[in-house]
Design a protein around this ligand. Structure first.
Ligand code: NAD
Length: 287
């Protein structure tokens, strides 16, 4: 480290709270070193109300770029100079690129989701998706799938504060991508859920169900699945959710959340450095 960090080293950061558990510093610092890039990556615990100061600090210290995590993704989108097309629709960012003082916000969660499908042999173009959830991960992937040419998206959510989010996404996509058919249904309508899955190509769980401590639970009755359905999950802890296990048993193509996590980080790395992240080398190192 003392040989790697010098007076010219460019800094990248992670802003949010908590950040102590994040795998990003290890992943990016490994990748910078692997590719001989004179950069370092550090995490800073920042609360929502401290974000204006944190963004000023990015400018002051000429920080090259930053990731933004919970709970700061939405406020950060209001503080940068420009937004990517997806970030404009989502209204939240997880990446900031500092281009000589101009800060541009991007959202790579949806990009990571689409890439994870692609790595598993599935293209969203022309496909109908059923997505469970309307929170941060769900919104990002719904918007990216629409931008990337999905034919239809049916959103199911339980009756909570996120339901209105789904309706907002539906309205925003109606303006931005009117050719994509977006519908919103209550998760309690199991007959509708069954019918929509029967008519879909890809089923996605983007809720917290399946994630620890809700592991062992699934929102989908296995009888709703069929072998030619693609099943994706945003949950990456555990690596295989009950939904993914049920789908695998039936022979479905699956895309678990760990891949989305890797590829959203890799997309940020490309925005930061202009290079592909050495994902194979990092995965071998991590194993
Ligand atoms: P969020 O809090 O923004 O949204 C939570 C969603 O879960 C809402 O739609 C809510 O209605 C739904 N929900 C909560 N409890 C439920 C229940 N009992 N039954 C049905 N629905 C329920 O969360 P988020 O940030 O969108 O994260 C969702 C999941 O996606 C988490 O497991 C998170 O770890 C994961 N995630 C993964 C990645 C990745 O790169 N793989 C990125 C972001 C988030």
């Amino acid at each position: 480290m003392e040989k790697r960090i010098s007076g010219t080293t460019g800094l990248f950061t992670l802003l949010g709270s908590p950040v102590g558990h994040s795998g990003s510093p290890a992943m990016y610092n490994f990748s910078f070193q692997h590719q001989g890039l004179d950069y370092a990556y550090l995490a800073f615990d920042v609360q929502k109300d401290q974000m204006p100061q944190a963004i000023d600090a990015l400018r002051l210290f000429k920080v090259r770029g930053s990731n933004v995590t919970m709970p700061c993704k939405t406020v950060a989108a209001t503080l940068v100079d420009d937004l990517s097309p997806a970030a404009k629709i989502v209204g939240a960012i997880n990446v900031i690129v500092n281009d000589d003082g101009k800060l541009t916000g991007h959202i790579t969660d949806g990009i990571g989701f689409v890439r994870n499908l692609k790595e598993n042999g599935v293209d969203v173009k022309g496909k109908k998706l059923v997505v469970l959830g309307a929170g941060g991960a769900a919104t990002a992937l719904q918007v990216q799938c629409a931008l990337d040419g999905a034919r239809a998206i049916s959103i199911f959510n339980q009756d909570d504060s996120f339901y209105a989010n789904a309706e907002k996404t539906q309205a925003k996509l109606h303006d931005a991508k009117p050719e994509v058919e977006v519908n919103v249904y209550p998760l309690a309508d199991q007959a509708k859920l069954k019918a929509e899955i029967a008519d879909a190509d890809i089923l996605v769980n983007a809720t917290i169900v399946g994630m620890k401590p809700l592991d062992g639970q699934s929102l989908i009755d296995p009888s709703f699945l069929r072998s030619d359905l693609v099943v994706a999950d945003t949950v990456y802890n555990p690596l295989k959710t009950t939904l993914i296990e049920d789908a695998e048993k039936l022979g479905c193509t699956v895309a678990p959340g760990k891949g989305m996590l890797l590829w959203q980080g890799a997309a940020a790395y490309t925005l930061f450095t202009g290079q592909e992240m050495p994902t194979d080398a990092y995965q071998a190192y991590e194993a």
